[in-house]
Design a protein around this ligand. Structure first.
Ligand SMILES: [Zn+2]
Length: 247
C-alpha cells in the first residue's frame, strides 16, 4: 500500500484510468534493467523513476563527456568524468528517493546479461552497438522478458517492442537479423538531442504500458526528425529465426 506522500507524488498519473492503484503497485513491484546510460536511457530512466518503478538497474562502462551533454539531459556539467551509470543513479535518487537504483559500471557480456535479464521484469535496450543488442535479445528470448528497443542516429529514430512474454512474439533478430554489421555510433555519425530524447521517452512509455499489463502492437516505429514524421512497419515472428525459433 502507498502512504499519503506517495499518493500525492503519483496523484496525476493515478488520475488516468489505465494507470490506477493496481497499475501503480505493478510499477512498484517491477525491476527494469536499462542497458546503456546515454541519450536514450537518460530520459527513459528519469520518467521511469518519476513514475515510481520500484527498482532500476543501470549498466554502462562509459564516463560522462562534455560532448554528451547536448543530449544526455539527466547529466550536469559537474558530472563530467563520472561513470555514466553512477551519475544517472545520483540524478534519479534526487528525483525520487523511493526508487531503488543500482548502478553497474560494466561492459555487459553474456554471463552478466543472463543473470540480470533473468532477474528483471523488463529490459530497455539503450545501447549503440549491434553486438550488445544481439546479446541482450538472446537473453530476453531465453528468459522471456519484454524488450523495448530504441535507436537513434543523426535525425532518425527507431522504436520497437518485443513482448517476449507472449507466445509467438517476434524477437529483435526476427526483424533485424542476427548480424553485427552496420554500427553507426553517435561519435562518428552525429545525433541531435531531441531525436534521441523522443525515442528514449517513448521507451519509457512502452515500458509503463507493458508493466501495467497493456499490450502493444508488433510495429517498428520510425521517426524522421527532419519532417517530424512517423512511419510504422508491422513485423512478425520469423519461423526460421536463428535466435527464437528454437524456443
Ligand atoms: Zn526471433
Amino acid at each position: 500500500m502507498f502512504n499519503d506522500e506517495q499518493l500525492e507524488r503519483y496523484s496525476r498519473q493515478l488520475m488516468v484510468d489505465e494507470m490506477d492503484l493496481a497499475g501503480q503497485e505493478a510499477l512498484a513491484a517491477a525491476r527494469v534493467l536499462l542497458i546503456g546510460c546515454g541519450g536514450l536511457a537518460n530520459p527513459a530512466a528519469l520518467y521511469l523513476a518519476g513514475a515510481g518503478v520500484g527498482q532500476l538497474v543501470l549498466a554502462d562502462d562509459d564516463r560522462v563527456e562534455l560532448s554528451n551533454l547536448h543530449r544526455q539531459v539527466a547529466f550536469r556539467g559537474g558530472q563530467i568524468d563520472q561513470p555514466k551509470a553512477e551519475a544517472l543513479r545520483d540524478q534519479l535518487q534526487t528525483l525520487n528517493p523511493e526508487v531503488d537504483v543500482r548502478a553497474c559500471v560494466v561492459r555487459v557480456d553474456d554471463a552478466w546479461l543472463d543473470e540480470e535479464v533473468g532477474a528483471a521484469t523488463l529490459v530497455l535496450d539503450c545501447t549503440d552497438n549491434f553486438a550488445t543488442r544481439q546479446a541482450i535479445n538472446r537473453a530476453c528470448v531465453r528468459h522471456r522478458r519484454p524488450l523495448v528497443s530504441g535507436a537513434a542516429v543523426r535525425l532518425d529514430g527507431q522504436l520497437a517492442v518485443f513482448d517476449l512474454r507472449q507466445p509467438g512474439a517476434a524477437c529483435y533478430a526476427c526483424v533485424y537479423g542476427d548480424g553485427v554489421d552496420g554500427d553507426l555510433a553517435c561519435n562518428q555519425a552525429g545525433i541531435v538531442g531531441p531525436v534521441v530524447g523522443v525515442i528514449g521517452t517513448l521507451q519509457a512509455q512502452a515500458a509503463l504500458q507493458l508493466l501495467i499489463g497493456q499490450s502493444l502492437p508488433q510495429r517498428l516505429q520510425l521517426f524522421d526528425g527532419r519532417r517530424l514524421d512517423w512511419r510504422q512497419v508491422t513485423f512478425r515472428r520469423d519461423p526460421a529465426c536463428p535466435v527464437c525459433a528454437a524456443h
